[in-house]
Ligand binder design. Structure first.
Ligand SMILES: [Zn+2]
Length: 360
């Protein structure tokens, strides 16, 4: 199947038609439909034809076409993708989906990254390292840590397999074409750490075996300076209580949250404090990113847990930005000197709990 055909079938227009969403009106690149989540009758859900996104102004549900199809059909993004490309598209021809920009949206990244990870192994030395950080066997499987392959022909072979199975690699940070125009991906000796939001893998963080520039042990899987490569966005990872209803995010209850640098430490904290919101942040974040972070969750107090590398090198800007935006008295600074070590304050404040049954 060619790229245009995949684009047609995964477009927001095709998804709207497949789901029989009721169109109220349209202007330019925007179609207004009745929201299938809050059942509003006023065309509160806005579909953007140029970037395949949706957002409901009433219930604040938002995302992209594949994820919309997945949520309403109760499927994973990957299942939704496979189903959409296997069915004849229903496109009204006043809109022809075009490549708006090269970078894939979150749902598309989720599909490619999951498929990449599925084709990789976790070597024994990395398994032992993760166990030494305090992860259980089940955590390691659930989170999906994998060893990054370094062998070039092995990487090319994996890319070939992905493409053969219909996974377009263009626009996926980390992937690029080499001097022979063969698809491959960046690699460093280390572990892939999935960066997850609402069960969607939005990026891959690399936990390096050796320090990079003596500054950090964690970098993005990114390929910005390579041919047909893409730059990774500096993302946050928001891990919510299991079974947490995304629609409740917009209520007014402020909540204490745990913020951790780096992602691997955030995964560790959330594997223990399953009922809490744990936010993983990269070791460097800008002021505007801090503001965006604060807007994503209704934060009361922040328990900020920093790993040794962040604390000793780059944390100052992150802390200052958080102070500025949330207020100094709202932030409790904590340290985790050894990988995965849980600070005493966290142990006293939060309960190791079973999954909450009744969130409302
Ligand atoms: Zn809605």
């Amino acid at each position: 199947m060619n790229q245009q055909e995949i684009l047609n079938r995964t477009s927001i227009i095709n998804v709207k038609n497949k789901l029989n969403l009721n169109e109220v009106c349209s202007f330019g690149d925007t179609i207004y439909v009745n929201c299938p989540f809050c059942y509003s009758e006023n065309g509160d859900m806005k579909l953007n034809v140029s970037n395949n996104s949706y957002v409901c102004k009433k219930c604040e549900a938002k995302g992209y076409s594949i994820g919309l199809y997945a949520r309403l059909k109760l499927k994973s993004n990957k299942e939704a993708f496979k189903e959409l490309i296997s069915l004849e598209p229903e496109i009204n021809f006043e809109y022809t989906p075009t490549t708006y920009n090269n970078r894939k949206n979150e749902d598309e990244l989720d599909i490619v990254y999951r498929e990449l990870l599925r084709n990789l192994k976790l070597e024994d030395r990395h398994y032992k390292k993760l166990i030494s950080y305090g992860f259980t066997n089940a955590d390691i499987k659930n989170i999906g840590f994998k060893t990054i392959p370094l062998n070039e022909s092995k990487k090319i072979e994996i890319c070939k397999k992905l493409i053969k199975n219909g996974y377009e690699l263009q626009g996926t940070p980390g992937f690029y074409q080499n001097a022979n125009f063969k698809w491959t991906f960046k690699s460093h000796s280390g572990i892939f750490v999935p960066v997850i939001n609402n069960n969607t893998i939005i990026g891959l963080r690399i936990h390096l075996d050796k320090k990079y520039n003596a500054n950090t042990t964690d970098i993005w899987f990114s390929s910005k300076n390579e041919y047909n490569g893409s730059k990774a966005k500096n993302e946050f990872m928001i891990l919510r209580p299991e079974g947490f209803n995304i629609q409740l995010v917009s209520n007014n209850n402020k909540q204490d949250v745990i913020i951790a640098t780096e992602m691997i430490l955030a995964h560790k904290l959330h594997s223990i404090y399953k009922n809490e919101i744990v936010i993983g942040i990269p070791n460097i974040i800008s002021k505007s990113e801090t503001i965006r972070l604060a807007s994503l969750v209704n934060i009361d107090n922040v328990y900020l847990v920093m790993d040794f590398h962040t604390m000793s090198n780059s944390a100052v800007s992150a802390i200052e930005n958080l102070y500025d935006y949330l207020g100094k008295d709202k932030i409790i600074n904590l340290l985790s000197f050894n990988q995965g070590e849980i600070p005493e304050v966290i142990k006293d404040r939060f309960n190791i709990g079973e999954i909450k049954q009744n969130i409302a």
